[in-house]
Write a protein that binds this ligand. Structure first.
Ligand code: GCO
Ligand code: MN
Ligand code: MN
Length: 416
């Protein structure tokens, strides 16, 4: 894409207005949070089913350097974001990994997660767990290789989003058989991990399944995080203790569910190990917008939930900088603003958790009216009648805290 004379001026304008927005944190502060930046998000050129790319691709060393400058200390990648499919599992792979390892060290960035692409290449058109033994053998090798890349780069997590694990036409696949076959691939990854962890003297990776309800044009066998929790517990996995989930905020929202409820179920199962953070709309496409740009109140409550239940895994910025943002804008506006919104909401969640109004209301609700005949529904209702108004009051208070209104607001005389 060509450079025009107006570009430096427009960049200066963007930089000046970004600074005028204020509310940004220093790279040192940003690095204190367990926030990871995906290679694929930073390098996304803007293409989609109906849309041509609007940006140049960005090589990993450049992404890592820009993340370091912003204060994103963790980096995540698909195998094919950094290594072309035909170069995987060849000496070329080792060369590329050496270069990336150097870039990570030079910039003080850690690789925290690697994930395998089992959805884009034509070989996966009938899923990574289809009928043909050679497809499944290749899928197993690919997942084993993801684990090997993870150990080579010092990652802690491996994530698997299976893609089209399902069918286009009813009756073509035998569902239980396909699930068994997918389990074989995950089992191969865990076995490889245990062997490598031993030879490398490293802890094994934490393997996380990611669900996405609307893989285009397919009926899916594991469309939600709950489906994956059931799969982990199905008896098909040889190491269920090594496998958890990586819910994505938008994926749980997309199908019409409540992301917080999905997160809560994963927390209770002890399987919430990794979390893809972004935003979007219900019952729409996987638009992968920046965190809290659509649902800031829900995001505040997500962080209240995670803070109060001790989630300590990474927050992976799995979003797509919009097509209207330039290559310059990706690192000047898109990533820093996403990180800063996250940190601000994290802080506000802390404020909400310490808020005396919410605390007192919650205590009163938990205590109940007390001393009512436990067999008399009418009496229980009457005794608690005034207490339940606190639900709306808490909701009001949370919005106040989100908007800063609990500190008071001066009405501006706009001359109307
Ligand atoms: C999406 C998906 C992916 C996965 C990734 C990890 O929204 O398209 O979330 O970004 O997170 O493929 O396996
Ligand atoms: Mn994701
Ligand atoms: Mn998504």
């Amino acid at each position: 894409m060509s450079q025009t004379e107006s570009q430096p001026r427009q960049r200066a304008l963007v930089a000046r207005l970004m600074a005028a927005c204020g509310g940004s944190y220093s790279p040192e502060v940003r690095r204190k949070f367990r926030i990871s930046g995906p290679q694929w998000a930073a390098a996304y050129p803007g293409q989609a089913l109906f849309h041509a790319p609007t940006r140049e691709p960005v090589p990993p060393a450049r992404v890592i350097e820009c993340f370091a400058a912003i204060g994103i200390g963790l980096w995540t990648t698909h195998d094919t974001d950094i290594i072309a499919t035909e170069d995987l599992m060849t000496p070329k792979q080792d060369e590329i990994l050496d270069v990336i390892d150097r870039a990570l060290r030079q910039n003080g960035v850690k690789c925290s997660m690697v994930t395998g692409e089992t959805f884009h290449h034509p070989v996966w058109s009938a899923s990574p767990a289809g009928e043909q033994p050679e497809v499944r053998a290749y899928a197993r090798r690919r997942l084993e290789n993801v684990v090997a890349i993870g150990h080579r780069l010092g990652a802690e997590f491996a994530v698997y989003w299976p893609g089209t694990l399902g069918y286009q036409f009813q009756g073509v696949v035998d569902e239980p058989r396909m699930l068994r076959r997918y389990a074989e691939a995950i089992n191969a990854a865990c076995d490889k991990d245990l062997a490598l962890a031993q030879t490398e003297g490293r802890p094994p990776l934490r393997h996380c399944l990611e669900a996405k309800p609307f893989e285009p044009q397919a009926e899916l066998l594991l469309p939600t995080t709950d489906a994956m929790l059931a799969f982990i517990d199905s008896g098909l996995l040889s190491h269920p203790e090594m496998v958890g989930v990586n819910p994505e905020y938008l994926h749980e929202l997309m199908w019409g569910g409540a992301p917080r409820a999905a997160l809560a179920r994963a927390l209770l199962a002890g399987k919430l190990w990794h979390f893809d953070v972004n935003d979007g709309y219900r019952l729409k496409h996987d638009v992968d917008l920046g965190v809290a740009l659509v649902n800031p109140l829900d995001w505040l409550n997500v962080l209240i939930l995670l803070r109060s239940h001790g989630y300590d895994g990474p927050f992976n910025l799995d979003y797509k900088p919009p097509r209207t943002t330039s290559n310059y804008g990706v690192f000047e506006v898109s990533f820093p603003s996403a990180v800063d919104r996250f940190i601000t909401l994290w802080e506000i969640a802390g404020e909400a958790l310490a808020d005396p109004v919410i605390a007192e209301a919650t205590r009163a609700l938990e205590a109940g009216a007390g001393e009512v005949d436990a067999s008399d529904a009418g009496a229980i209702f009457e005794a608690n009648r005034e207490l339940w108004t606190l639900h709306e009051l808490i909701a009001h208070r949370l919005v106040q805290i989100l908007l800063g209104l609990h500190r008071g607001r001066v009405l501006l005389d706009l001359g109307s």
